[in-house]
Design a protein around this ligand. Structure first.
Ligand SMILES: [Zn+2]
Length: 303
């Protein structure tokens, strides 16, 4: 998300939030933890982002407004969407997947560290952080307000294509204006963790039973994490959806932050189909629940 755009939208959107949603911003119950065999997966809620239909342009339509209204929201939005990181444990080991946005998107976020503390984990006890991608709502939390490394002992693990893209001056110059500020956060993160960036490529094993799953389109190196133990599996699919309400029934509806919208749609459809066929449990950074995918009418649903 563009910090400038998002901060402005956040202020505009929070003025529109009814009282009940304001309250839920600070007190929304967080689902989980989820058990996956011997693994425990705990969502860490950084905050709630007020998503406006203009951020999913096709949703700024009669069909989009009807979905919002049907869910008890104002027809013009916003729709409060979670921003999650995840703590994954097995025995004595623990790993962090993404880190929330810290203060990069304005006030109302920055709760990942407190959520970690509630799990008995201090930032300096985290040695490995997997990153779904380098957007500010996932990587901003790696920085202190002074843009230093918040996790003093952590190595960052991410797809080679992701590091290459955000380090590329040409990519920045040719990106739409709304996306350009994203490069600032991504580059600040890479600079704050010198010699502590581990690049992986494709479906690498991240830990025994845990694999990276490339899901390109939203960003070039966007990836999910597939956790498996015995017959139990959970896919944490990153930003495959930013709005369950709008994009599950309409997988072709893209967000303004997609680097390659056509590829983002193709990837979303592929992973929806695969998850439906394999009966995969899924959750994500902008989902408040875990569930299975089913085909529903012309689109899909999370049950
Ligand atoms: Zn995101």
């Amino acid at each position: 998300m563009s910090p400038r755009l998002s901060r402005r939208s956040l202020l505009a959107a929070s003025a529109l939030l009814p009282l009940g949603l304001h309250r839920s911003t600070t007190a929304a119950p967080v689902a989980g933890p989820y058990r996956v065999g011997a693994f425990t997966v705990t969502p860490l809620r950084d905050g709630l982002f007020p998503l406006e239909p203009s951020m999913i342009p096709a949703a700024d339509s009669a069909a989009g407004h009807a979905l919002l209204k049907g869910a008890g929201l104002p027809a013009n939005g916003p729709s409060p969407e979670p921003v999650n990181a995840f703590l994954i444990r097995r025995g004595e080991r623990h790993w962090l997947l993404d880190a929330g946005c810290s203060t990069v998107l304005g006030p109302g976020f920055n709760r990942v560290t407190a959520a970690l503390a509630a799990e008995g984990v201090r930032p300096n006890q985290v040695d490995t952080i997997w990153l779904s991608h380098l957007h500010a709502d996932h990587a901003g939390g790696l920085l202190t307000p002074r843009r230093r490394a918040r996790f003093a002992n952590a190595e960052l693990v991410l797809q080679d294509r992701e590091v290459a893209y955000w380090s590329d001056a040409g990519a920045r110059a040719s990106a739409p204006a709304a996306l350009r500020p994203m490069f600032d956060t991504a580059q600040a993160v890479l600079a704050a963790y010198p010699d502590r960036i581990r690049r992986i490529s494709g479906e690498s094993e991240l830990a025994p039973g845990i694999h990276a799953l490339p899901l390109p389109g939203h960003t070039p190196g966007h990836m999910g994490v597939l956790i498996a133990d015995g017959s139990e599996r959970l896919l944490i699919w990153g930003d495959i959806v930013h709005s369950r309400l709008l994009q599950m029934p309409h997988p072709d509806w893209t967000v303004i932050w997609d680097t390659d919208p056509a590829q983002a749609v193709a990837t979303r459809r592929q992973i929806f189909d695969r998850a439906a066929m394999e009966g995969l449990n899924v959750t994500g950074m902008h989902l408040a629940a875990r569930g299975r995918i089913e085909r529903a009418d012309a689109g899909y649903a999370l049950r």
